[in-house]
Design a protein around this ligand. Structure first.
Ligand code: LLP
Length: 419
């Protein structure tokens, strides 16, 4: 459920007309609903309430906007970060360092050092090599780094290949059958405190069975480690729960996911940790765009909008579907292709799709754009970096300014010797 609704014939975010934001800020622009973010954060937490001890670390990669992070910090969420940049954002948003999990297969020496110094709550180690390096850094600072070992369970999440992470052929984690030995060796290192295991099999997961399979395997590994006298007090089950993008699409609910986790992990005697991203932010954002013109096409007209694949990369990258609807719908529909202005054919949002009738100058939105939207934006074709707005009831504010191409140009130089 979200708070983007038609009121008096026009699409609103909570009580604010999207046309007002589009006109004042200009398009394209991302718009987030605070009430939706809070609702999702609470529904997800509530779904896990039967587990004795839970820690939720929001996957910052899905939406790193500072205001979004602040909303989630106020909901008691920690953060799952994958770079020093994300770590600093989470800290700037007021999330305590101890509530931050540092994930990622390629944490650099600089990042590991900064994170140890900051007092990050948990490092999810992706290899023995990383653990040895981190142990050295922590010991040299006279500190101990608290860690979980990320295990690759070799389970197919059944999602898009580009966002699947839990198969043996994926680069993530240590192989399941070597995990116990690696955990034992890392536990013996002075600079580390190994306190648990981590797993994450993929994103936009639409079937709970692969996750259940992976979690059951993690439970068996946990018992094996405990039998060896090793400590396992934390189990990080990652993120990945999908959201509906198409009308009528049905996905497992947070409640169903929570019930599955409780069934598998309810008696593990650990703090169960989660790293949700999309399920919190996905439906809490839309991308508002203006129709530049409608051009005649061979089979269907081309609706050319001012948002492009640099602003919302998911359709070009993963053939993802984002619903397209008019901000002031007439009730009539047309068959059309929706495309952006970028000079390549992958800049296509919808092919031969039944959409609201729109004409040049109309505003429209791509829905479910709050996750992996603005954060994956770039400036290809020397376009601006898209701005972001947050709505809260009847008020709204710009939470990330548009970075103009002129600002980016100003950071470039032509060396003297070229002249
Ligand atoms: N934890 C780890 C270790 C992850 O790698 C990810 C996502 C998450 C948590 C959060 O997953 P979520 O709950 O959001 O599914 N750009 C792609 C998605 C990439 C996901 C990468 N990892 C997209 O637009 O679909």
């Amino acid at each position: 459920m979200d708070h983007f609704e038609i009121r008096d014939g026009a699409l609103h975010a909570e009580q604010v007309a999207l046309a007002e934001i589009g006109c004042e800020v200009g398009t394209p622009v991302y718009v987030y609903s605070r009430a939706t973010l809070e609702r999702h954060a609470r529904v997800f937490r509530e779904a896990l309430s039967s587990l004795p001890k839970v820690h939720i670390a929001f996957a910052v990669k899905s939406n790193p906007n500072l205001a979004v992070l602040r909303v989630l910090a106020r909901e008691g969420y920690g953060a799952d970060v994958v770079s020093e940049g994300e770590m600093n954002r989470a800290l700037a948003a007021g999330m305590p360092a101890g509530d931050i999990v540092f994930s990622g297969v390629g944490k650099s020496k600089r990042e590991l050092t900064a994170a140890v110094r900051a007092g990050i709550g948990q490092f999810n180690l992706e290899s023995e090599e990383e653990g040895v390096e981190l142990a050295g850094i922590a010991a040299s600072l006279g500190l101990r780094a608290t860690c979980a070992l990320r295990v690759n369970p070799d389970v197919d999440a059944g999602t898009h290949a580009k966002i699947s992470t839990g198969k043996a052929e994926n680069k993530f984690g240590v192989p399941y059958d070597r995990a116990a030995a690696i955990y034992a060796r890392l536990s013996a290192l002075e600079g580390l405190e190994m306190h648990g295991l981590a797993v994450h099999i993929g994103s936009q997961i639409s079937d709970l069975e692969p996750s259940r399979k992976a979690f059951v395997k993690m439970g068996a590994l946990m018992r094996e480690l405990r039998e060896q006298g090793l400590t396992v007090s934390h189990m990080d089950l990652g993120g990945g729960l999908g959201v509906p993008y198409k009308p009528g699409e049905s996905l497992p609910t947070p409640a169903e996911y929570g019930a599955m986790v409780a069934e598998v992990a309810g008696d593990w005697g650990v703090t169960v940790m989660f790293e949700p991203g999309r399920v919190i932010t996905g439906n809490a954002g839309v991308l508002v765009t203006e129709v530049i013109r409608v051009k005649e096409g061979a089979s269907a007209p081309w609706v050319v909008v001012d948002a492009a694949m640099n602003d919302l990369a998911r359709p070009a990258m993963y053939d993802a579907w984002h619903d397209f609807s008019a901000v002031q719908p007439t009730g009539e529909t047309m068959l059309a292709n929706v495309v952006g202005p970028i000079c390549e054919s992958s800049d296509t949002f919808a092919k031969n799709r039944e959409i609201d009738v729109v004409k040049a100058g109309d505003l429209a939105v791509f829905r479910t754009a709050g996750a992996y939207g603005a954060t994956m934006a770039n400036t290809y074709n020397s376009r601006a970096l898209v701005p972001e707005v947050m709505v809260d009831g009847d008020k709204w504010a710009i939470v990330a300014e548009r970075i103009e191409p002129a600002t980016i140009l100003a950071a470039e130089q032509v060396p003297d010797w070229l002249d």
